[in-house]
Write a protein that binds this ligand. Structure first.
Ligand code: ATP
Ligand code: MN
Length: 461
């Protein structure tokens, strides 16, 4: 028989049916006449109430069960007198599978998220991290469904790469050379030609260039996988290893790209709200009381569109004393992004057409030659959640842009080829998966929305 989970039992369990469950004790209350065990198994926030009567054989052992014990419980489901749950289990048999030592650190009291990060092996047992893991799972499913429903193919971009995606971020080197005494060439530099792949290799910072290859053969594709940045940013929005979603569409311009990003965010958020109502109610109650209202506004109203130039005018006219002063030509900082989305508009904003000098060489140059067809989607509480662009598909302009950035045509030969053999307008974006989970849950720190965070100075667990 397939093992039943608490989620199924609470959703569909019929009174008077027999069942068997496995899980851990979240709380145990023992009175003279009865024992109440709350059994959880990760399948949902709520636990199943297990009632044990003293007449049960071996009841003395049951009285010593406590938070953290692993159990097998079988018995009969009965309608619960409590209003917080539909059914409870009247135990006929309780087996202790794994006892818990006295020093179990997760007693029934609130722990700080910082403290819980030092318990990476246990923290999923808390309500908050459990809910995060379930919402993350739901979000990943919703993302695949969104693209699959629209005929996008999932392209598995490589993790080890020789491309640097034009400085999207600092990169980690992948090498099997002896770190203590690597081989050197005549000029004394490390000789990567003797390395595993016969050249220098790195962990990817973005799958975009591979996604472009995919789109220019397969039409619409997306990547969804881990990316790495060795940037030393100790912030609440940066990880050294994070997951990125990167759709890329052939025969598409920036308007189509922005439309896709808006549909995508709305669809994925709606799907999570439907799929995880209990977990979402928990985030609303315990983590961020403005959460539901904010998410409602995201799914129900159109995103605002602003050009970068308009955004700068708004920021200059705001009368705000920003830490980083704004003027046309500078990149928008988090404080600017948040002012625009949180205070000026109060909903998500798509900012387009950034100055050419602050953006990558592959972005489509506008006729004004001062701006490129780039976009960022900004959302309240997080700031930038999506960054994308229409790509430069005109061979001559791309050559010029490579020259301007001091990049060699030889190195990007294959990229130029794609502009020589049936080039088409194409566009795409990158979404930081953890930024999305942060936005949807209201969690303040990105380290608490990924199972095992990698950040400067820490790769534990
Ligand atoms: P930021 O300005 O916030 O550092 P970025 O401009 O470096 O981001 P992009 O290179 O445009 O980001 O990457 C695409 C998306 O990946 C971003 O919109 C963001 O959601 C996410 N992202 C970027 N860097 C990180 C990181 N270090 N940790 C988690 N997510 C990230
Ligand atoms: Mn960006």
């Amino acid at each position: 028989m397939r093992r039943q989970m608490v989620r199924e039992v609470l959703a569909q369990g019929r009174a008077d049916s027999e069942t068997e469950l496995f899980g851990w004790v979240r709380t145990a209350r023992h009175s003279k006449s009865l024992s109440f065990l709350e059994l959880v198994d990760g399948s949902c926030m709520a636990g199943l109430q297990v009632v044990v009567e003293p007449s049960l054989p071996g009841y003395e052992g049951i009285r010593s069960l406590r938070t953290g014990c692993a159990l097998r419980v079988s018995g009969r489901l009965v309608d619960s007198p409590g209003k917080s749950q539909s059914v409870e289990l009247h135990a006929k048999d309780v087996e202790l599978i794994g006892d818990v030592d006295d020093d179990y650190p997760l007693q029934k009291k609130r722990h700080s998220f910082e403290f819980l990060r030092t318990l990476g092996h246990l923290r999923f047992r808390t309500n908050t991290l459990g809910a995060v893991i379930r919402v993350r799972n739901s979000a990943a499913q919703a993302i695949h469904r969104f693209f699959q429903d629209r005929g996008f193919l999932w392209l598995h971009s490589p993790i080890i790469t020789a491309l640097d995606a034009e400085g999207a971020g600092e990169m980690f080197r992948v090498s099997t050379l002896d770190a203590g005494s690597p081989p050197r060439n005549d000029s004394g530099e490390v000789d990567f030609s003797q390395d595993f792949f016969g050249g220098e290799t790195l962990l990817t910072v973005s799958g975009q260039l591979e996604a472009e290859i995919g789109a220019l053969s397969m039409g619409n594709v997306y990547t969804f996988g881990p990316t790495f940045r060795a940037e030393n940013s100790n912030t609440s929005r940066h990880l050294a290893e994070f997951w990125m979603v990167e759709p890329e569409m052939a025969f598409c311009d920036l308007d189509g790209d922005a439309e896709l990003a808006e549909d995508f965010l709305k669809c994925v958020i709606r799907s999570i709200l439907e799929d995880c109502p209990e977990d979402m109610a928990f985030f609303q109650q315990r983590i961020d009381e403005g959460l539901m209202e904010r998410l409602d506004r995201v799914v129900s109203a159109p995103f605002e569109r602003l050009t970068y130039t308009e955004a700068v005018e708004i920021l200059e006219g705001s009368g705000r004393d920003f830490e980083f002063p704004v003027k046309w030509g500078v990149d928008l900082q988090s404080e600017h992004e948040r002012y625009l989305t949180e205070e000026h508009v109060g909903r998500p904003v798509v900012v387009t057409d950034y100055p050419i000098d602050i953006k990558a060489f592959y972005m489509f140059r506008n006729d004004d030659e001062r701006t490129v067809r780039a976009m960022d989607v900004l959302v309240p509480g997080v700031g930038e959640i999506v960054g994308g662009s229409q790509r430069e598909h005109r061979l001559e302009v791309l050559r010029e842009r490579l020259r301007h950035h001091g990049l060699s045509e030889e190195r990007y030969g294959w990229y130029l080829d794609l502009r020589r053999y049936g080039s088409v307008p194409h566009a795409g974006f990158g979404l930081g998966f953890e930024r999305l989970v942060q936005f949807v849950t209201g969690m303040a720190n990105i380290r608490d929305v990924i199972p095992f965070p990698r950040v400067p100075g820490n790769a534990e667990f």
